[in-house]
Each structure stands twice: as C-alpha cells, then as structure tokens.
Design a protein around this ligand. Sequence first.
Ligand SMILES: Cc1cc2nc3c(=O)[nH]c(=O)nc-3n(C[C@H](O)[C@H](O)[C@H](O)COP(=O)(O)O)c2cc1C
Length: 169
Amino acid sequence: MKHASPPNFDQSAFKQALGQFATGVTVITTRAASGQLIGITASSFNSVSLDPPLVLWSLATRSASMPVFRSNSHYVVNVLAASQIDLCKRFATVKGDRFEGVSHAAGDSGMPVLDGALAWFECHNRSRYEEGDHVIFVGEVERCGVHEHAAEISPLVFQSGQFHGLKSI
Ligand SMILES: Cc1cc2nc3c(=O)[nH]c(=O)nc-3n(C[C@H](O)[C@H](O)[C@H](O)COP(=O)(O)O)c2cc1C
C-alpha cells in the first residue's frame, strides 16, 4: 500500500474542518483503585459493533486521567442532555474534585453513573489503540440504560466550538 502524503493544511484548518462534524457530548466516568472518582468530557464517542456490543472513544495521551483509564477494568459513558451543559464544562475544566456537588449512583460495576444522563453505557475496558496523540478506547458494553423521559429531552450537541440543543427538521 502507498504511504500517506504529508498534510496540505495546518492544524487550525484541520481543527476547523473536524469541528463541522456535529457530535453529542459524553462524560466518561470511572473509579480509581484508590476510590477517587474520575470523569472527563468527551465528544469522540461512537458506536462500533452490535454483536458483541462495542463502543469507542478517544483520550488525549497528555490527559491527567490517562493512567486510571488505561488500567481500570470498567468505565461508564454518560450521554449528556442539553440541560447538563454545566456538567460538560465542569468535566472539561475543573482541576480538583470534578464530582463535588454532582449527583450520581454506582452502577453494577461500581463505576459512577451521572443522574439525569440521557443514556449511559457501563463498559468493560476491552482494548486500547495508541494512535498519534490520542489513545482509542474500545469498551464492551455490559449494561446500558436510557432516561425514562428521553423522548422529551434534547441531547447536548457540539459543533464548531459551540453548544446547541437539537431541533427536528
Ligand atoms: C465538548 C468537549 C469535547 C471533548 N472531547 C474530548 C475527547 O473526546 N477526548 C479528549 O481527550 N478530550 C476531550 N475534551 C477535552 C477534555 O474534556 C479536557 O481536556 C479534560 O479537562 C481533560 O481532563 P484531565 O486532563 O484531567 O484528564 C473535550 C472537551 C469538550 C469541552
């Protein structure tokens, strides 16, 4: 196979183009062996396989949470509702305890599930692939759930650096 040619764009043009792809927003949560709760905002979530049930997301290599996500056996992908925009910002920026004042409950694996999430996926940390400056995590879904009023709740949508609700067309 032929090798890739060097990029004909700079990093900001690449980011701008990537940003046009509208995504939902998730908070990925886990509990470290020490008991410390860890969470990170991620829009890189996507589905992979129905059988077995697999999902993926990617985490920057430089992320402070990387050692815990790399080694923990389980994590939860929490899909945010538009009304949870403060959680999105909190889990992307706060340096100390990101769970302070955040209501949650332990799933069967003991990992935190955020109250009010539009959907959640409790995953076994099945595999990891180092690519460039990120690690791609593939999770095997053991349990999932949907908010009981999901049909009336708008997801949080991220596009071109801005947050949106969702309008039908
Ligand atoms: C909307 C949004 C989506 C994000 N998606 C990702 C992502 O998919 N992967 C990632 O590594 N960081 C993502 N980030 C950035 C992380 O949330 C942020 O760098 C986080 O504070 C890292 O925490 P840590 O260094 O404590 O692990 C996103 C931030 C926002 C606001």
